[in-house]
Design a protein around this ligand. Structure first.
Ligand code: SF4
Length: 228
């Protein structure tokens, strides 16, 4: 078998059937490895930071599943890691779109230009964007991967896209340790008018031995669609 390349080399997890990843829909979930952030509370740390420890899901298997089962699904969730950080994401979304299924992409919102391109090319229907907290706490919340200034600049671009495409966004926040009620209120105040901040309970991630490393599906279920 040919060695996977490009975006297909980053497909490191697949959940055939999920009732919790896209609220109100039955979706399958594609997990892409790699992330631009280093959140200390990350549930999918192997996938986000060390995807080589996880097996590649063969492109042909994924396509065969979508071909055979698309009529049983209401959509496809593409998550990570951080999907917008993966080169070739558009190619993957283009392939998924061939099966006439709505697509949701989970994102931390730190690559708004990629989000804009995907919307422009109609390669996804919905973005679920995590607002991690007040801008001032982004360095702490992301393992110093994002400054407060960068968080504000990126999320403001995302919020502008949400104003333009209101049906294509929803926003969520996970109540990780260290966030206060005031922090959550401040994060909520950033959202454009008419949007709600969906709150998710935090469940501490389980650190596991490398040989058992897999995308943390169980914990994902416990916390809803917390992991982007
Ligand atoms: S929580 Fe999400 S954004 Fe943060 S490191 Fe993990 S995958 Fe990346």
């Amino acid at each position: 078998m040919d060695k996977p390349t490009g975006v297909w080399n980053c497909v490191r997890g697949f959940e055939h059937f999920s009732l919790c990843d896209w609220p109100g829909r039955t979706s399958c979930v594609i997990f892409l490895g790699g992330c631009n952030l280093r959140c200390p509370t990350c549930h999918n740390f192997e996938l986000a930071w060390d995807m080589q420890k996880l097996p590649v899901i063969p492109e042909n298997d994924l396509k065969a599943y979508l071909r055979d089962r698309s009529k049983w699904l209401d959509g496809v969730t593409v998550t990570g890691g951080e999907a917008t950080n993966v080169p070739g994401l558009g190619e993957l979304l283009f392939e998924i779109k061939k099966y006439n299924l709505p697509v949701k992409v989970d994102s931390n919102g730190m690559r708004p230009k990629v989000v804009r391109d995907i919307l422009d090319y109609r390669l996804a229907d919905v973005f679920a964007v995590d607002v991690k907290g007040p801008y001032s706490k982004y360095p702490e919340l992301t393992g110093d991967a994002v400054s407060a200034i960068a968080a504000k600049a990126n999320l403001e671009q995302i919020f502008e896209l949400a104003r333009q495409f209101p049906a294509s966004f929803y926003f969520r926040l996970t109540k990780v340790p260290g966030l206060t009620a005031e922090d959550i209120a401040e994060a909520r105040s950033y959202l454009p008018e008419g949007f709600e901040l969906k709150l998710q309970e935090f469940v501490p991630p389980r650190r596991r031995e490398p040989e058992h490393a897999q995308p943390d599906h169980e914990t994902r279920r416990a916390v809803g669609d917390v992991v982007n």
